[in-house]
Design a protein around this ligand. Structure first.
Ligand SMILES: *[C@@H]1O[C@H](CO)[C@@H](O)[C@H](O)[C@H]1NC(C)=O
Ligand SMILES: *[C@@H]1O[C@H](CO)[C@@H](O)[C@H](O)[C@H]1NC(C)=O
Length: 175
């Protein structure tokens, strides 16, 4: 009788702990930003902090939308740039070939345009695209989602980020 009781106690103890272990092993999925997402986010937020602009937050819907779009561009459009002109989000994109592209490199490529941008008169040096930089640091943009696709056969990469609300409002300064 004593043995049975002990066995039941052990089973009960194991079961109650199994519930706890399961709970501990499953944090709420929507809160966990994937490592590549964190890398996009960190690179954006470093550039924003440099000019006194608050951080972006990762948005899973935006990330999903960019993921669908880069895969569409890869599978149907030969990895060409997407047409972002009619989208409801702000968008930045980068195409590269012959190198391993990381999220950090993608964002640094946009931030590299910073040296051509003059904040005092909100203008860009001729023949440069400061818009990718000003979107990165646009104060009123609050949320970010990004994805990239690797394209065969030329080993190129297409990366796209979406921003909500969109930046680069004509006639306005980013910060
Ligand atoms: C992109 O889409 C807009 C609006 O849908 C259209 O007017 C424009 O011609 C398109 N641009 C290209 C390069 O296809
Ligand atoms: C803005 O300021 C920069 C630096 O002073 C100058 O080189 C540039 O021509 C100015 N642009 C405009 C459109 O005034």
């Amino acid at each position: 009788m004593k043995k049975v009781f002990l066995a039941l106690t052990i089973i009960y103890w194991l079961r109650s702990n199994a519930v706890l272990w399961r709970a501990a092993a499953q944090p709420p999925p929507a809160v966990v930003i994937p490592p590549d997402g964190q890398e996009y986010l960190d690179a954006h937020n470093r550039a924003r902090a440099e000019v006194g602009v608050g951080p972006l937050k990762w948005n899973f819907q935006l990330a999903k939308a960019t993921s669908l779009l880069v895969r569409f561009q890869r599978d149907r459009e030969n990895c060409r740039f997407a047409n972002l002109t009619s989208g409801k989000y702000g968008g930045n994109q980068m195409w590269a070939t012959g190198e391993v592209v990381t999220p950090r490199k993608v964002v640094e490529n946009w931030v590299a345009e910073k040296i051509y941008y003059t904040h005092d008169n909100n203008s860009c040096a001729p023949d440069h695209r400061c818009g990718v930089y000003t979107q990165v640091v646009w104060r009123n943009s609050a949320e970010l989602g990004c994805a990239l696709a690797n394209c065969l056969p030329d080993q190129s990469t297409l990366a796209i980020c979406f921003y909500n609300p969109p930046g680069n409002v004509i006639g306005e300064s980013p910060y």
